[in-house]
Design a protein around this ligand. Structure first.
Ligand SMILES: NC(=O)c1ccc[n+]([C@@H]2O[C@H](COP(=O)([O-])OP(=O)(O)OC[C@H]3O[C@@H](n4cnc5c(N)ncnc54)[C@H](O)[C@@H]3O)[C@@H](O)[C@H]2O)c1
Ligand SMILES: [Zn+2]
Ligand SMILES: [Zn+2]
Length: 388
């Protein structure tokens, strides 16, 4: 089959690889109909996530048709149309029982690597380095889905791929980011980053009852899409974000702050060179501009909800502000399976149509062009969907 594989920094190639096979009784093989490129893939593309190997198949946002099932798969049949969750979860362990699916204890065969870095391992993830299990991803014609009964949601006809594909990651991710804010009526939520995750965080904050959402980015078409979603916008290249947020909130600050940017944050001013140099020399792995700004801007007693991905260690992180301002921090890889049903219901009830975020549709064979366009934000690129 054809698959999009990682070969090094900003080098992905579509090549022929062996078809996946059922390895365990709870596996299914899914023939991909649509797959997307995520901001998380850009961290791999830019070489910030360790333990990638040449030839690794990328992709963790995908859907398709079940073509084969292992003997212990009970809920799926050949021909079923499914969306697959990006975390791989057993459904039975301590964490899965608590619906904390991205913390599954049984799905990362390389847990020992993650334990060295983080103390404990989280779940395995499709197409996301050997630290998270080295699982082949879904930017391919076929994929093996372990624990297939747990990791899939069936989709009836009548909904297009683009309406449901993002149940695999970015819709639940934006939703969990907003849910983690414990929004109460009258709340103002600030969202850093108007990429696909930020867009779903904005719309989810309104779905969960926020009165105002303030979205921060510098890319005009992304700010425009945020305004289409009802947000007020701030361009961080044009104003000083902290001052602007204080002006907009009567000096108190937003009730909660969502980081939908993560470790490759960009900024203006001298700190940018400071963190770029430290990151380039591996003296820190991640650039924490957004974390710093959100902590300083958040109102006292507010919540910092981190959906952006961080991989390791950061410098000059204002823990004194977190403590003295009594902030709550909530974060995590998304517990996607927990959100499958409720968010599918919201799509069916026309509360949201996730396809609004798609700007680019390409053939799987053009995946390298898709990565370059998404990374460079060419032709107003916000979200790329690939079809085999
Ligand atoms: N927690 C999870 O389970 C999960 C799931 C999916 C994605 N993510 C992460 O979410 C983050 C966003 O993903 P995406 O697909 O939207 O990526 P993206 O790269 O398209 O979007 C990031 C946006 O942040 C903006 N930005 C950069 N620096 C900024 C700053 N200082 N202030 C405000 N905005 C800034 C960029 O201009 C860009 O529009 C990534 O880190 C990704 O890895 C996490
Ligand atoms: Zn993703
Ligand atoms: Zn589990």
């Amino acid at each position: 089959m054809k698959a999009n594989c990682w070969y090094g920094k900003q080098d992905v190639q579509v090549v022929e690889v062996p078809d996946p096979k059922i390895l365990n009784r709870q596996d299914a093989i899914v023939k991909i109909t649509s797959t997307a490129i995520c901001g998380s893939d850009l961290h791999l593309y830019n070489g910030f996530i360790p333990t990638m190997e040449k030839g690794d198949i990328l992709g963790h946002e995908f859907m398709g048709e079940v073509v084969e099932t292992g003997s212990e798969v009970k809920k799926l049949r050949t021909g079923d149309r499914v969306v697959v969750a990006f975390p791989i979860s057993c459904g039975r362990c301590f964490f899965c029982q608590k619906e904390m699916f991205s913390l599954c204890e049984n799905s990362n065969p390389n847990a020992w690597m993650a334990e060295k870095m983080f103390g404990h391992s989280a779940a395995g993830i499709f197409g996301y380095s050997h630290l998270t299990g080295g699982f082949a991803g879904g930017q391919a014609e076929y994929v093996r889905v372990p624990f297939a009964d747990v990791g899939t949601v069936k989709i009836e006809n009548g909904l297009t791929d683009e309406q449901v594909l993002f149940l695999s990651d970015i819709f639940p991710t934006g939703y969990m980011a907003a849910e983690n804010c414990d929004i109460t009526p009258g709340d103002t939520v600030a969202v850093w980053g108007c990429g696909p995750v930020g867009q779903f965080a904005i719309r989810s904050a309104f779905l969960l009852g926020a009165e105002r959402v303030i979205a921060i980015d510098r890319i005009p078409e992304r700010l425009r899409m945020a305004r289409d979603g009802g947000a007020e916008t701030v361009n961080y290249e044009e104003t000083y974000v902290y001052d602007t947020l204080m002006d907009m909130t009567g000096g108190r600050g937003p009730d909660s702050c969502i980081d939908a940017v993560g470790l490759e944050a960009h900024t203006t001013g001298p700190l940018y060179s400071y963190d770029r140099v430290k990151q380039a020399m591996w003296l820190e792995s991640d650039r924490p501009f957004v974390l710093r700004e959100a902590i300083m801007a958040c109102r006292n007693g507010g919540t910092l909800s981190i959906s952006g991905v961080y991989g390791g260690l950061v410098d000059k992180w204002p823990i004194g502000a977190v403590m003295n301002k009594a902030l709550t921090i909530k974060t995590g890889q998304t517990h996607v399976q927990k959100y499958f049903r409720p968010l599918l219901e919201r799509i069916k009830n026309n509360e949201i149509d996730p396809s609004f975020v798609v700007t680019h549709r390409l053939h799987l064979g053009d995946a390298p062009k898709g990565y370059a366009a998404f990374w460079n934000k060419q032709d107003d690129c916000i979200k790329v969907v690939l079809t085999p």
